[in-house]
Design a protein around this ligand. Structure first.
Ligand code: SAH
Ligand code: DHB
Ligand code: MG
Length: 222
């Protein structure tokens, strides 16, 4: 089984379940044109995030790592009426591209984009908590810190989803000297012993190569 087959099957599913409209296709195109890295979630992954957020009736969503706003658009469209999404981005150039994409998608009224290092912008968000859904998708070295910061901001019954937990399988290599791999491994060790969440990790193949999501349910819902 080769990566070409995975990509073909992913395209097949995307054509059925995760078709992009002008706003989503435009978000990808604008990122390409501005020279941003093409590391947004795949269409099927975006749709999965949207379904998870809708399934819990999310009205408050937090995203760490905006890029051109592709995953943000999928998630903002999951918001229940009156809901709001806050997305955190370090790079002002990425944020500027994303802001245009939110406007084109007609979502600017529901999305708040905060520019800066997420570890600096997160503390001020504690006052806006609790969040129903958190998507962690920025620098991988800081995943443990993002998880530690956002867990107390997420309501019981809420979900935290972490992207890029497989990294072509390198996550299984305890001796890896890759800081991103060590960040993911440290996060997994933390999540596994954290009594306030129940977690599972999902390996994915397709347009984004071999990677995966960790999905964590915050315990304690009535
Ligand atoms: N969620 C996006 C992809 C995000 S890519 C999507 O799927 O469409 C990761 C983003 O995190 C990049 O835009 C990068 O600039 C940003 N980032 C990296 N380090 C960061 C930090 N310390 N704080 C906030 N954002 C950061
Ligand atoms: C890469 C992919 C991602 O989804 C991400 O958030 C960061 C980096 C990558 O393929 O390098
Ligand atoms: Mg990612």
């Amino acid at each position: 089984m080769t990566e070409a087959v995975w990509t073909e099957v992913d395209a097949y599913f995307s054509s059925l379940y995760a078709q992009e409209d002008d706003a989503l296709a435009g978000a990808v195109r604008s990122g390409l044109e501005a020279g941003l890295p093409q590391i947004q979630v795949s269409p099927n992954q975006g749709k999965l995030l949207q379904i998870l957020a809708r399934a819990i009736g999310a009205r408050r969503i937090l995203e760490i790592g905006t890029l051109a706003g592709y995953s943000t658009i999928w998630l903002a469209r999951a918001l229940a009426p009156g809901g709001r999404l806050t997305t955190l981005e370090f790079d002002p150039k990425h944020a500027a591209v994303a802001a245009e994409n939110f406007a084109r998608a007609g979502l600017s009224d529901r999305i708040e984009l905060r520019v800066g290092a997420a570890l600096d912008t997160l503390p001020a968000l504690a006052g806006e908590a609790p969040f129903d859904f958190v998507f962690i998708d920025a620098d991988k070295e800081n995943i443990p810190a993002y998880f530690t910061a956002t867990l107390p901001m997420t309501r019981p019954g809420g979900l935290i989803v972490v992207d890029n937990v497989v990294r072509d399988g390198r996550v299984a290599d305890a001796s890896s000297e890759d800081g991103a791999v060590q960040g993911v491994r440290a996060f997994n060790a933390l999540a596994a012993r954290e009594k306030r969440v129940s977690a599972s990790a999902l390996q994915t193949v397709g347009a984004k190569g071999y990677d995966g999501f960790c999905v964590l349910l915050v315990e304690g819902a009535a």
